[in-house]
Design a protein around this ligand. Structure first.
Ligand code: GTP
Length: 442
């Protein structure tokens, strides 16, 4: 049985794939269209992106689109970075348990959804990089799969990348954001052994605790207890002063680049990742002597006393993400940029497409069904009006799964195609015609 469903062609009123790189001329007409589509501020920023003199302001920076042309995207990745005179870089790994919100946070920091997000665990299958370029600074975000144990990987027959990639990200990072889902009553009281092990074995990487999903908490006061538990009552090498935490959290405004955190000491820190706490870390490592002993001790631990700062935010609605972003930008160190400012992600256009379709499969199909779908892109081309035309075949192993995927009257697959098409339009900023076909794998 097979079904072919077409995603609706969606109008990308903002004038397609951004910059002059793609041969677009920055016209006032395009800016007006952008104003209709995105709002006035964004239209100004779009003008800025296109190289048009910004008539009113350049307050807001619109992230670049990703080219749907594989060669163009690859070319851009090897393009000499257009860096300013004093470039700065911070490489940020984002780790945490599956479903903590790592990809949601990455997307918010990037300002465009390039990583897949879903309620089901293991949405992210391998490490991917996102690039935020602001002023003279480049933040390189290393989005990773949720940390799992070797045992779990074997038991659930999961790919090796799920185990290896978070570790690889840590090797590359200057700073790690440890995300905890505070709405999960069962897991929120401990960072988990895998996270602790990762932190312990990468002592040079500064760490910041991020308490995510605060929007789901009825009683916000629990955040203080959780902070205490997950930091062992120590942040920036100082004992926590709960009173000042409450005050600082409540007072933190938009323009405030300091974290929602205050230690009991008035002492200033240098803000240089990797250079802090070396003494405390040495003490700490001394206490855990043999490797066996170290691991045994870590298994009994819940928190990490070497966090540099703590943030409390809601990645899904962007609450306080701006504060975190500003904080990260201030920590960047002088270093040549690694990417051209037009690069938003290192993923190939096809990978982005596969991930987005997979995200919808995870959202709409029950239990293990989406994990067994094989995706095969059989057509990827530019249509006569510049639209992106994609045909992807979804191969499944059971007749019952074919039916589930297609849904009554084709409703299910049609919705998946429409939603994925809409997301792809927002990544590539062009019209997208997505066709999905479901087939039984013989
Ligand atoms: N309410 C709420 N939901 C959130 C927040 N952040 C993420 N989510 C939701 O949590 C689910 C998991 O988010 P992801 O970003 O896919 O989580 P992840 O950590 O990347 O997951 P894995 O790829 O499985 O490791 C999604 O349904 C998100 O919409 C938040 O701040 N508040």
């Amino acid at each position: 049985m097979a079904a072919v469903v077409m995603g609706r062609v969606i109008r990308a009123a903002a004038g397609h794939r951004g910059a002059e790189l793609f041969g677009f001329r920055p016209t006032q007409r395009r800016l007006k269209t952008a104003a209709r589509f995105y709002g006035k501020d964004a239209a100004s920023a779009f003008g800025h992106l296109l190289g048009v003199a910004d008539p009113e302001s350049d307050r807001q920076q619109i992230p670049p689109a990703v080219s749907f042309n594989k060669a163009e995207q690859e070319n851009l990745l090897v393009h000499k970075p257009d860096q300013p005179e004093n470039p700065k870089v911070l490489r940020v790994a984002i780790i945490g348990a599956p479903n903590a919100g790592k990809s949601t946070l990455s997307n918010q920091l990037l300002g465009r959804k390039v990583f897949p997000v879903s309620k089901k665990v293991h949405t992210t299958r391998c490490q991917a990089q996102g690039v935020v370029t602001e002023g003279d600074t480049q933040l390189i975000l290393l989005d990773t799969p949720g940390l799992i144990s070797r045992l779990k990987m074997k038991r659930h027959d999961l790919e090796k990348s799920l185990l290896q990639d978070p570790w690889d990200s840590m090797q590359m990072a200057d700073l790690v954001l440890v995300l905890v889902d505070v709405s999960d009553k069962w897991t929120r009281h401990s960072l988990g052994f895998e996270v602790l092990k990762c932190l312990f074995l990468h002592p040079k990487v500064s760490s910041v605790l991020v308490l995510n999903k605060v929007d789901l908490l009825k009683k916000k006061s629990i955040l203080l207890d959780l902070t205490w538990e997950l930091t062992e009552g120590i942040v920036k090498g100082k004992k926590l002063n709960v009173k000042s935490v409450i005050k600082t959290s409540a007072d933190a405004g938009e323009g405030n680049t300091s974290p929602l955190w205050a230690s009991s000491s008035k002492e200033e820190t240098s803000g240089t990742p990797g250079s802090l706490f070396s003494d405390e870390l040495a003490d700490y490592t001394d206490r855990l002597q043999t490797e066996k002993q170290q691991l045994r001790d870590l298994r009994e631990k819940k928190g990490w006393p070497l966090f540099q700062d703590v943030f409390m935010l809601s990645a899904v609605n962007g609450e306080e993400v701006h504060t975190l972003k500003k904080y990260l930008l201030t920590l960047a160190r002088p270093s040549p940029w690694e990417f051209h400012s037009e690069v938003l992600t290192t993923q190939s256009p096809q990978d982005i497409c596969d991930n987005i379709i997979r995200e919808k499969l995870l959202e709409y199909l029950p239990q293990e069904v989406p994990y067994n779908v094989i995706q095969d892109t059989v057509l990827w081309e530019e249509g006569p009006s510049g639209e992106l035309v994609i045909l992807q075949v979804l191969l499944v192993q059971k007749e019952s799964h074919v039916k589930m995927l297609i849904g009554r009257g084709g409703q299910q697959i049609s919705m998946i195609a429409q939603e994925a098409g809409k997301d792809l339009m927002n990544v590539f900023l062009c019209d997208v015609l997505l066709k999905l076909s479901v087939k039984l794998k013989r």
